[in-house]
Write a protein that binds this ligand. Structure first.
Ligand code: MLC
Ligand code: AMP
Length: 504
């Protein structure tokens, strides 16, 4: 039966004893082994009564089994909903409830806390630890390693990825089979990936970058991945001689440059270094070329659209730009107020249209209508321009968003938690330049005078409701927040005041 995404990424590898995942302990998982493991999980999902279109929320550590759950969902026609293991129970509560997930797969260590959360939403719970062990594998092990692939069409949903909003709660971006497959096909082509490639994979697999860009490309091209649980510079350097390509957020590159073992000799055989998810400083681009002779290829994308633009594989890769629109993707720069297309060189909001653009936000028609135009253009919220050579430059963000080490932090969400703390009158959360993470969140607080603010205790309380990466790296107390005549907090002034907070 047809299932375009399954057939293209997974089904074609049945019987292929070629390496797919190379693990840090030296083990290799072949394509065929991976596909068979996925089929067992597809049988387990079916055994649990899940049927086409059901959502499966997965909050587990990175492992080959965790990746097999993605394949299993595609094969069984289920909607894969990966979640950052750093999310707290209250965050997971929202995602499971909002998505209407029928199953939550979580780490055994979290099962006590998350069982009532899942139960409240009517979802069952299975466990998987960061080696893949748990109740789900125990069940899968008793089931066949083949599965009758569920019939799906290109327009059917394959995944939900939650992305936070500047106002209100996170929104589930609905991604169809076509969204994912069209983008993977384009990227394999433009970046010239083949089965001879070995990608160093140290990104998390719950976001677009590590899951769809990196993994889908390698599955489609038939190559292999050195599958590392997380970024560890020593391991990256150790495995680089086996690899041909690396994909990472800018922090990967600044940390590599921080190691004396990262040399031109080590990278001489490498075919490609790709960066994205956050701006790569032109300075990093330059230093990387000076050290290795390689020019990092920077591209631009987002959860709702996968990848939109890329610097060329052949042709000039320009630092400080994200290249040109990918084949099949239309990109224009628009006036933020009128939506009119601006002239070349003018700064405005980036809008994109193409087969990569998502289907809307799950059960949020108003939010969808506000960001996805009737003619198919998605309003990204990023500010950019197109230079005289047609290269796109992202110059800022129209949306109040902090990107820290490639993770998005919506200040509003953090401010709400800070504002709720006793002794806090109000707060403003800003992104401040950070050498390692690009930007890091800082909380500026105004006390209500009812008590002395214990910033240490306050940080600890905040961390109980928010994932650690969202928690302000520093809290400062001021008498009042700067406001304009309309009463709006002038975050630009705060950003100027605290610009050097992480310097030195
Ligand atoms: C971890 N921590 C972070 C953080 N990552 N804090 C702020 N920002 C981050 N990005 C916190 C942890 O919670 C922990 O807090 C402490 O830092 C150390 O954790 P760690 O796990 O040891 O951190 P580290 O390994 O150093 O991780 C940093 C990192 C990682 C940059 C390598 O965050 C990472 O892999 N980022 C990639 C994110 C990504 O894939 N983005 C793509 C999104 S898709 P504590 O308090 O417990 O000590 C997208 C679309 C597109 O944007 O275009 O690609
Ligand atoms: P996310 O919603 O997590 O997918 O994050 C997407 C956002 O990351 C985009 O809207 C941009 O603001 C940012 N982004 C991704 N790639 C780049 C890049 N190469 N340069 C600058 N910003 C980027």
């Amino acid at each position: 039966m047809p299932n375009p995404l399954y057939d293209a990424l997974f089904g074609r590898h049945i019987g292929q004893n070629t390496p797919f995942l190379i693990l840090p302990d030296g083990r290799t998982i072949t394509h065929d082994q991976f596909i068979r493991s996925a089929a067992r999980y597809a049988n387990a999902f079916s055994d649990k009564g899940l049927t086409a279109g059901d959502r499966v929320a997965v909050q587990v550590g990175k492992s080959p089994d965790a990746l097999a759950l993605y394949a299993a969902c595609v094969q069984a026609g289920l909607v894969f909903l990966p979640l950052n293991p750093g999310y707290t129970a209250s965050e997971v509560d929202y995602f499971v409830g909002n998505s209407g997930a029928r199953l939550l797969v979580c780490d055994p260590a979290d099962v006590t806390e998350l069982t009532p959360v899942a139960a409240a939403a009517g979802a069952a719970v299975e466990t998987m630890d960061n080696t893949g062990r748990g109740t789900l594998r125990d069940l899968a092990a008793t089931l066949p390693d083949t599965f009758d692939t569920v019939d799906r069409g290109a327009e059917d949903l394959a995944a939900f990825l939650y992305t936070s909003g500047t106002t209100g709660r996170s929104k589930g971006a609905m991604l169809s089979q076509r969204n994912l497959l069209s983008n993977a096909e384009t990227l394999v082509d433009v970046w010239q990936f083949t089965k001879a490639d070995v990608l160093l994979h140290a990104l998390p697999i719950f976001h677009t970058h590590g899951l769809f860009v990196a993994t889908n490309i390698m599955l489609l091209s038939g190559g292999a991945m050195v599958f590392l649980p997380k970024l560890d510079i020593d391991q990256l350097i150790r495995f680089m001689p086996q690899a041909t390509a690396l994909m990472g957020v800018p922090t990967f590159y600044t940390r590599l440059l921080g190691s004396d073992d990262f040399t031109a000799g080590l990278t001489a055989h490498m075919r490609l270094f790709i960066s994205g998810s956050a701006p790569l400083l032109a300075e990093t681009h330059k230093q990387f070329e000076e050290r290795t002779g390689h020019r990092i290829l920077e591209r631009y994308g987002m959860t709702e659209t996968n990848m939109n633009t890329s610097n060329p594989y052949d042709g000039p890769r320009r630092g400080g730009t994200v290249g040109t629109p990918l084949p099949g993707v239309e990109l224009k720069i628009c006036d933020p107020d009128t939506g009119e297309t601006l002239r070349q060189g003018e700064i405005g909001v980036v809008e994109v249209r193409g087969p990569n653009v998502f289907q809307g936000y799950w059960q949020m028609p108003e939010k969808t209508a506000a960001e996805l135009r009737a003619d198919g253009f998605f309003i990204t919220g990023d500010l950019g321009l197109i230079d005289e050579d047609g290269y796109v430059q992202i110059v800022g963000r129209g949306k109040d968003l902090i990107i820290s080490g490639g993770y998005n932090i919506y200040p509003k969400e953090v401010e709400q938690v800070l504002d709720d703390q006793p002794g806090v009158l109000e707060s403003a959360v800003i992104g401040v330049a950070h050498g390692d993470l690009g930007e890091a969140p800082v909380g500026v607080l105004v006390a209500d005078g009812s008590r002395d603010l214990d910033l240490e205790a306050l940080s600890q309380t905040v961390a109980q409701s928010l994932a650690r990466f969202k928690c302000p790296r520093k809290l400062v107390v001021v008498d009042a927040l700067p406001r304009n005549t309309m009463g709006k907090v002038q975050k630009n002034l705060l950003r100027e005041t605290y610009a050097d907070l992480f310097k030195g």
